[in-house]
Ligand binder design. Structure first.
Ligand code: KG4
Length: 333
């Protein structure tokens, strides 16, 4: 079965062709250059750019896979969550393509794509597993029971982890998206230099909160400036990253313990963070938990994971009606 996946939930336009779980192509057009001067994604600009990019990106994905549209058996597109204007471009395009080509269509929850992205690896986990999904829009912990059954065990109550990275980067004068820049500069700093707060919330809570941490960084920088002390950016980045990673790792391990699960996976843009990968891997090793992390290309937003999730959703529940609309909050668990 050949699946065409289309992803436009935020600021990346992506199309991919899969033969079941084999990636034949995965093409992405990034809008980072457009949004970087504003220090964050401007929704109106994002949807306009998706409109320009979508057709060439889909054609390129088909071409790189060496197939024609008429060879495709299923079109899968992100239905939500995300920016409504951005989602509408890919979702409406896919519905129109399905209508004219008579190829079945399925709408996909973006979070299911991230949770299943690990199955694009050669080395795949068995169900059930705990999936930490940390990106610019979410920080959530899921229990994945099968390719189509997911329960959300915890989620962010305010800023997502990636959003905190981006906001801290902005206040330090670093480019957008901030995560990779903060993480790179962090390697030159001392993670124990500044004790930024960790929000553990209630005992056994698997929810996250990163807005207080972001404010603590802002207050620290302002205090340094007010006292004419140097602002040591590498130490701030390293100490901030250490605080985020400690909370993400601790709560993910706790989720596995509480639910008696012996496999952990990660996904979402922040899962590209080296410190998070290294520390979670080490903790899993110490606790006898199997740890799986996707290739970096499949951590950030991509259409390959949407095609894969769409394939399983279609097999289990059939296609999505063309009268269906996009949604801004995840429908999972
Ligand atoms: O999943 P994703 O590609 O897209 C959306 O959230 O829409 O994630 C992007 C987020 C951004 O906030 C970015 O700063 C963060 O992932 N990110 C990172 C790293 N690479 C990307 N955060 C920390 N360390 C990284 N290496």
């Amino acid at each position: 079965m050949l699946i065409l996946g289309i992803e436009t939930s935020c600021d990346d336009t992506s199309a991919a062709v899969l033969r079941k779980d084999i990636v034949l192509s995965n093409v992405l057009s990034s809008q980072d250059d457009i949004h970087s001067k504003y220090g964050g994604v401007v929704p109106e600009l994002a949807s306009r750019q998706h409109l320009q990019a979508i057709n060439p990106i889909v054609e390129s994905a088909l071409q790189q896979a060496g197939v024609q549209l008429s060879d495709i058996d299923l079109i899968a597109a992100t239905q939500g969550p995300g920016l409504i204007g951005s989602l509408l471009v890919g979702f409406s395009y896919s519905k129109a393509l399905s209508h004219v080509s008579k190829i079945p269509f399925v709408g996909v929850d973006h979070m299911a794509g991230h949770i299943l992205s690990i199955h694009l690896n050669e080395n795949k986990p068995q169900f059930p597993y705990i999936a930490l999904i940390a990106s610019g829009g979410t920080s959530s912990i899921y229990l994945a029971k099968s390719f189509t059954e997911f329960s959300c065990l915890g989620r962010t109550r305010d800023d997502a982890a990636g959003e905190a990275f981006d906001k801290v980067a902005k206040l330090l004068g670093l480019p957008y998206p901030g995560g990779p820049h903060v993480s790179k500069i962090a390697t030159e700093g001392n993670p124990a230099q500044i004790k930024f707060p960790r929000a553990w919330l209630e005992a056994d809570s698997l929810d996250f909160s990163f807005s207080g941490l972001k404010t603590a960084v802002l207050n620290f920088v302002n205090t340094c400036k007010a006292q004419n002390k140097p602002v040591n950016i590498p130490d701030i980045c390293a100490s901030f990253e250490a605080a985020v990673v400690e909370v993400l790792v601790t709560k993910t391990i706790k989720a596995a313990k509480l639910h008696n699960i012996s496999t952990i996976t990660i996904g979402g843009g922040v899962s590209a963070n080296t410190s998070l990968r290294t520390q979670l891997k080490q903790c899993c090793l110490d606790k006898g938990i199997d740890f799986f992390c996707p290739q970096i290309t499949f951590c950030t937003d991509n259409a390959a994971m949407i095609a894969l999730a769409g394939y399983h959703e279609y097999r289990k529940n059939g296609g999505t009606g063309l009268e269906q609309d996009v949604y801004s909050r995840s429908h999972l668990g």
